[in-house]
Write a protein that binds this ligand. Structure first.
Ligand code: HAM
Length: 418
């Protein structure tokens, strides 16, 4: 074979597409039920948008971005995530002046130059939401509820919702000093470059892959340093999750791989809890809109990885043949226009597929059975004006006037549903 797909990408073949559609529509219908509205942004943005929002010292920005210079000399980056783009679009389209809360949801491809492995791709897809304009802890709870309800609709049981608070700037100021002292005390275990990096952004040590859990667990945790307002907000989130029956565990080492969070953060796991198994992550980021040049606007959101959800989804892989209702067999090239017309009429009642392969009658009938068709309609060059109607479920056969095909199909389908 001459070409292969780029490393870390994948094709979704028809064998998997039903699972993909199930996952997308589970989230989509939850968003509809909660009154969220869709937003779509470009797959590339000015590089600076991600550097500023996700954070210069994060792995995402420092190691994983697909950055290029276009022919006009601009530095552009394939989006590694969508929160920054949504904020940019919110401001650029004046949505901050629309008043009230904006509840926005999206789905689409993201790009990170990460080491490919199970559940980790270089092009992957996220479905997610950003809610702008409320500092209420109830909104933090609502986005978690959306994740849990969407995953439950897909058959996930026993989800592990992990929760922490990384605190606002007020909490982090003191904590940063304490944490940095603790890191410096163990400087001999850390390379000089890493030490330099952690000096600038000590919280990053918790999602570094270089240090084991024991090392990380010996360090002070942010939740012990939350200022009163952060602690109270976090407590309200926990209380309300309890009140609406969403189980969670507190994980005092959860910090997330992006710098913009300023309050409660969460990740949702299922099954084996390896580093790669988070189905979803999110949290509150009250400073980002302002940092992007907008007015003070509290915000909270999440993104879920479609590949990981599709791969972890309980239940049988979907049948790779979706049953088609009508299979229109076309016998003889002269019958093609009639076959297209018959299918057009039938589609008003149910999905119809036309066999335009020019194969023998027997082969076409076999193909229809393989496709699990309910009815085969045979349009034959030799019998102008009428078609054969084979009802495969009722095991009946008859001849139908072509002019009356629509009325006949409608009657038959009403008979089916009676
Ligand atoms: P994130 O934790 O970086 O957060 O990504 C969210 C989810 O995307 C992960 O839990 C995972 O399911 C999926 N994901 C991330 N990287 C990969 C990859 N290389 N391959 C496959 N799946 C992946 C964010 O992106 C934030 N924007 C979430 C957010 C929205 N926070 C507030 N609003």
């Amino acid at each position: 074979m001459k070409y292969t797909r780029p490393r870390g990408t994948h094709d979704v073949t028809p064998a998997e597409i039903d699972r993909w559609r199930a996952v997308e529509s589970a989230f989509e219908s939850t968003f509809d039920r909660f009154g969220y509205r869709g937003i779509r942004t470009p797959v590339f943005e000015a590089t600076d948008l991600f550097v500023r929002s996700v954070g210069e010292q994060t792995d995402i920005v420092s190691k994983e971005m697909y950055t290029f210079t276009d022919r006009g000399g601009r530095s552009l980056t394939l989006r590694p995530e969508n929160t920054a783009s949504v904020i940019r679009a919110y401001l650029e389209n004046g949505m901050h002046r629309w008043g009230g809360l904006q509840r926005l949801w999206y789905v689409g491809p993201m790009f990170r130059y990460d080491r490919p492995q199970a559940g980790r791709y270089r092009q992957f897809h996220q479905v997610g939401a950003e809610v702008l304009g409320s500092s209420s802890a109830a909104v933090d709870v609502e986005v978690i509820q959306i994740v849990v309800e969407s995953l439950a609709a897909l058959g996930f049981e026993g989800l592990d919702v992990r929760l922490n608070s990384v605190g606002s700037e007020a909490s982090r100021a003191e904590y940063r000093t304490v944490l940095l002292d603790a890191i410096r005390q163990r400087a001999e275990e850390i390379s000089p470059e890493a030490l330099d990096r952690y000096t600038r952004n000590p919280l990053r040590i918790f999602d570094s892959k270089e240090y084991g859990d024991r090392f990380k667990q010996s360090l002070p945790v942010i939740s012990d340093y939350l200022v009163e307002s952060d602690a109270a907000h976090y407590a309200r989130v926990r209380d309300m999750l309890g009140a609406i029956g969403i189980a969670f565990t507190e994980d005092r080492h959860l910090v997330r791989g992006l710098d913009y969070y300023t309050g409660p953060v969460f990740e949702v796991y299922f099954g084996a809890t390896g580093a790669q198994s988070a189905l979803c992550g999110g949290g509150r980021y009250d400073d980002l809109v302002r940092d992007c040049g907008g007015p003070d606007t509290p915000a909270v959101g999440f993104s879920a990885g479609l590949e990981r959800i599709v791969e972890a989804m309980p239940g049988q892989p979907a049948d790779d043949v979706r049953g088609v209702h009508y299979y229109v067999a076309c016998i003889g090239a002269g019958a093609e226009a009639r076959a297209l017309n018959a299918a057009r009429v039938l589609r008003d009642v149910a999905p119809a597929e036309v066999d335009l392969s020019g194969r023998s009658r027997k082969t076409q009938l076999e193909a229809a059975a393989k496709k699990k068709a309910h009815v085969i309609v045979v349009v034959d060059d030799a019998t102008p004006g009428t078609v054969e109607w084979h009802d495969l479920r009722a095991r009946t056969e008859r001849r139908v006037q072509e002019d009356h095909l629509d009325a006949f199909a409608r009657d038959a389908s009403e008979g089916d549903s009676r």
